[in-house]
Design a protein. Structure first.
Length: 399
């Protein structure tokens, strides 16, 4: 009797599996494997003080993960297929003649542009970006630099200056003192983008220590949309949703093609951010008219659901006509446009979670029927809700 076919052993390497991005990428990898292949996984990450597993390099069929030279250098020497998340250019250059690799990169510039437009849409006049707060080696956080460049370039294009904190430019002897001096001197109110949700949490603590109110004086936008972390923060954190789950799925798909010989030269797949998920940390519109700021806060806090424009006008003790005139004079759009835009963003965030049924979304968004919800979504996006889910969830939606 012949032995069963040997299952490929796939090494997965992350520098810190406790990060939300790493966990979501791992979830995407596992989902691809369940749907398309039969792999055995060897998981290794730096947060353990002892090796995560024992293995022989000769046993490994492929690798998915971050820059882990302790793992990948021996694999590259044996021409084992590898797929990397956001590798640095210098790391790729070190490969020499090795060609059996591919890369899955977040579109850092697009993330930064999305963050800048979020603050611009709230009429901020002061902007800052916090980059590279953990190391003096600028090559380590190259993905952070791409986010900063996108943020800075979009603001410059729109005629605004951006204040930058980059630890590599400051005295390494007392980085905390350098940050406090820079942060305290920022003109307020200010919209600040920071490269991850974990770092945004640290910034929130700094605001409390230095007695700056969030979001009134300092509005904070993170990246990754780690829901547990963002919602547990006080105030809750706004964040750019980067769709790391999809990145993991794409990486596994690329590795499968490399192993099977369908890809014979390096490929780079870039995936854009999905949207800004607004929470309390950026709910601070900066328009000159206090009434308009109050109306925006009502719309944002309710996610555009459960009330009419007339009800907003009644709460503000003005006529609907006056409210509309003042709102349009400040924002350039109608209050109905704002309500529908916020409501659409909320619907999209609910559709990206496969556990939410359409009936659930109808109730959560204040529609009277599934038919009205479907009509609203198709009119605003040109797509059906099923088509949208298929785009963002892929095979996870079909399974």
């Amino acid at each position: 009797m012949s032995n069963p076919k040997r299952r490929p052993k796939i090494a997965i390497g992350f520098n810190q599996l406790t990060s939300y991005a790493a966990r979501e990428r791992l979830r995407g990898i596992l989902r691809y494997e369940r749907l398309n292949s039969q792999w055995d996984f060897l998981l290794d990450y730096h947060t353990l003080s002892i090796p995560s597993f024992d293995y022989q390099i000769a046993d490994i069929t492929g690798y998915i993960g971050e820059e882990r030279r302790d793992l990948t250098d021996p694999l590259i020497a044996r021409d084992v297929p590898c797929v990397f998340f956001d590798p640095s250019p210098s790391y790729i250059k070190s490969f020499g003649s090795y060609r059996r690799y591919s890369c899955v990169n977040s579109d850092g510039r697009a993330i930064g542009v999305m963050g800048a437009r979020h603050f611009l849409g709230q009429h901020f006049k002061n902007f800052a970006f916090i980059d590279n707060i953990e190391t003096h080696d600028p090559s380590v956080c190259h993905w952070s630099r791409q986010r900063r460049l996108g943020f800075e370039e979009e603001l410059r294009r729109r005629g605004h200056k951006c204040h930058i904190f980059d630890l590599s430019k400051f005295d390494p002897v007392d980085p905390k003192k350098a940050f406090r001096a820079w942060f305290t001197a920022l003109p307020k109110p200010v919209g600040i983008m920071i490269t991850t949700d974990e770092r945004a949490q640290v910034l929130l603590r700094s605001c409390r220590e230095l007695n700056f109110d969030v979001p009134e004086q300092v509005s904070i936008l993170g990246v990754d949309n780690d829901e547990l972390l963002c919602k547990s923060a006080g105030p809750s954190l706004s964040s750019v949703d980067v769709d790391n789950y999809r990145a993991g799925f794409l990486a596994a798909e690329l590795l499968d093609s490399l192993i099977k010989g369908k890809i014979r030269s390096p490929r780079t797949v870039s995936y854009p951010p999905l949207m800004v998920v607004q929470r309390q940390s950026t709910e601070a519109p900066q328009y000159d008219d206090p009434l308009v700021n109050d109306v925006l806060l009502q719309i944002w806090s309710s996610r555009g659901c459960g009330f009419s424009i007339q009800e907003i006008a009644d709460r503000q003790h003005v006529s609907r006509r006056i409210l509309e005139a003042r709102f349009r004079a400040q924002t350039g759009r109608s209050s109905l446009d704002e309500i529908q835009e916020v409501r659409l963003a909320y619907i999209c965030s609910l559709l990206r979670r496969s556990e939410n049924t359409i009936a659930d979304i109808v109730k959560m968004c204040g529609f009277t029927s599934q038919c009205y919800l479907a009509q609203f979504f198709k009119k605003k996006t040109g797509k059906t809700m099923s088509d949208y889910r298929r785009e963002v969830l892929g095979d996870d939606y079909l399974a």
